[in-house]
Design a binder for this molecule. Structure first.
Ligand code: 13P
Length: 477
């Protein structure tokens, strides 16, 4: 039987309601993630973890393909079947990460180049003999006051195009992944500008190197503000900005676009994916190829203990299914307010906005504003007290400042946060730290647990959060 064509592989990977599991963390990256959960990183613990992922029952219902790491494609499951063979038997397409990670770009401080081109043709042939049908290469672009440079973008996109051409020659579908990373204090508008410019250069390089766009999949970041940006994005801002950027820079000949999660929380990644998929007139199949957003809760549940495998697999299935649903029948899954008001005009909130304070001061300012009020207000135990707290804030602070506070709290307490849960404990810690920095005894004595509870009640009673919670329920996250 002849091996599947590139077209057939793409068709399988883009099956409706399914996405790709990125399980291709390198040894150092997986080692770091294991360490945060107290799991030792050995060839056997990594093998056991990957077996947990790949053998989750009914995974194939929402996962079309899995990206493996070099070590994993050489490993076997407990029944002595190579992982790639086992995945294919369960209806999932095995793929392989073929880049060798990033190193500093000489003479360009703060920028990186991805290694792995030397000997790539032979490695691709070997991976294909192991059963891989597609490959992935990740280029990393950093945003800073003077970054990225045109040189860094050109070097990285040139390598991506060389890799893609070699993949097509070998019969593997190339996933081309230029990731503009979230690190930094940049705005959503700046991320849009850089992502668009990177994508334009990627496609120009692919065309120059005669890569067939019909046989390429793009894996890319959503357009979002940097992790340290004081202004937090609304879901609809992300979806509209991402759509605009893709429409401007990605040729319609490309069959599919897969989003990476890039360090977003699993719930936000799913919500934003659903909102993007709900937008009209996109010429590509849109889906996900998440690593952290699918695996974070799995590792949390597993903790390296075999007794926790069923619970950990249940987490994987829950998140994979939710993301699958996010891509499917999106107009039914998305409640009214997340839909665009008008399909073609960008929302006014995307127009560049000057931050009210400089980013570095943002966190402290917001905490200061909340704490100042909480210090006067005392404990907040009920929804009506939360609303009074909100009214008090509104009486004292201008509405745009309240909005910044609300967005800050909303980001810190994502949908599904519970009193006493990890997110509320973390916010309480932030408050204590900020109170210490403010050098005012009043703030230090505030009842932070109550303040956080009040803020949680506050965000939970907003229309927007109610919409998000409804969507999460629809997606069964
Ligand atoms: P994240 O979803 O964790 O960003 O990982 C996806 C990936 O494959 C990065 O190369």
């Amino acid at each position: 039987m002849s091996p599947p064509s590139l077209h057939e592989t793409i068709h399988s990977l883009l099956a409706p309601g399914k996405g790709i599991l990125a399980a291709d963390e390198s040894l150092p990256t997986l080692g770091r993630r294991f360490e945060t959960h107290g799991i030792p990183s050995t060839a056997e613990s990594r093998r056991a973890y990957r077996e947990l992922l790949f053998s989750a029952p009914q995974m194939g219902d929402s996962i079309s393909g899995v990206i493996l790491f070099d070590e994993t494609i050489r490993q076997r499951n407990s029944s002595d079947v190579p992982f790639a063979t086992a995945l294919a038997r369960d209806g999932m397409v095995p793929g392989i990460k073929v880049d060798k990670g990033v190193v500093g770009l000489t003479n360009f401080a703060g920028e990186t180049i991805t290694e792995g081109l030397d000997g790539l043709r032979d490695r691709l042939t070997e991976y294909r003999s192991f059963g891989a049908r597609f490959a992935k290469w990740r280029a990393v672009i950093h945003i800073g006051p003077t970054l990225p440079t045109e040189h860094a973008i050109r070097c990285n996109t040139h390598s991506l195009a060389l890799y893609a051409a070699l993949c097509q020659e070998t019969g593997l579908v190339p996933i081309v992944e230029p990731e503009t990373v979230m690190d930094g204090a940049h705005s959503l508008a700046r991320c849009a500008e850089v992502t668009q410019s990177v994508l334009e250069t990627v496609f120009s390089a692919l065309v120059s190197q005669r890569v067939r766009l019909e046989h390429v999949l793009l894996k890319v970041n959503m357009v979002i503000s940097g992790t340290d940006c004081p202004r937090k994005d609304e879901v609809s801002e992300v979806s509209h900005a991402t759509r605009q950027c893709l429409l401007r820079a990605v040729p319609a000949a490309v069959p599919g676009i897969l989003f990476l999660s890039g360090g977003q929380s699993d719930e936000l990644a799913t919500l934003r994916l659903a909102a993007i998929c709900a937008l009209p007139n996109l010429p590509w199949t849109i889906s996900f190829s998440f690593g952290r957003a699918l695996q974070e809760s799995v590792m949390n549940a597993w903790k390296g203990n075999p007794a926790n495998i069923p619970a950990a697999q249940a987490k994987l299935l829950q998140h994979a299914a939710a993301n699958g649903r996010a891509t499917l029948h999106p107009s039914k899954a998305i409640p009214e307010p997340l839909r665009p008001e008008s399909s073609n005009s960008p929302p006014t909130s995307l127009l560049p906005k000057e931050p009210i304070v400089r980013p570095a001061e943002g966190l402290r300012w917001e905490l200061g504003g909340i704490l100042a009020q909480a210090g006067n207000f005392g404990a907040i135990h009920s929804k009506s007290e939360a609303h009074r707290f909100q009214s008090e804030l509104l009486r004292i602070h201008p509405p745009e400042e309240i909005e910044r506070m609300r967005l800050y709290v909303r980001e810190k307490l994502p949908p599904g946060s519970r009193v006493g849960g990890a997110a509320t404990r973390e916010l309480e810690r932030d408050f204590r730290r900020a109170a210490d920095q403010l050098h005012d005894e009043r703030y230090r004595q505030a009842g932070f647990g109550d303040v956080v509870k009040g803020l949680l009640l506050w965000v939970e009673t907003t229309e927007e959060r109610a919409d998000e919670n409804r969507l999460l329920k629809t997606l069964e996250i």
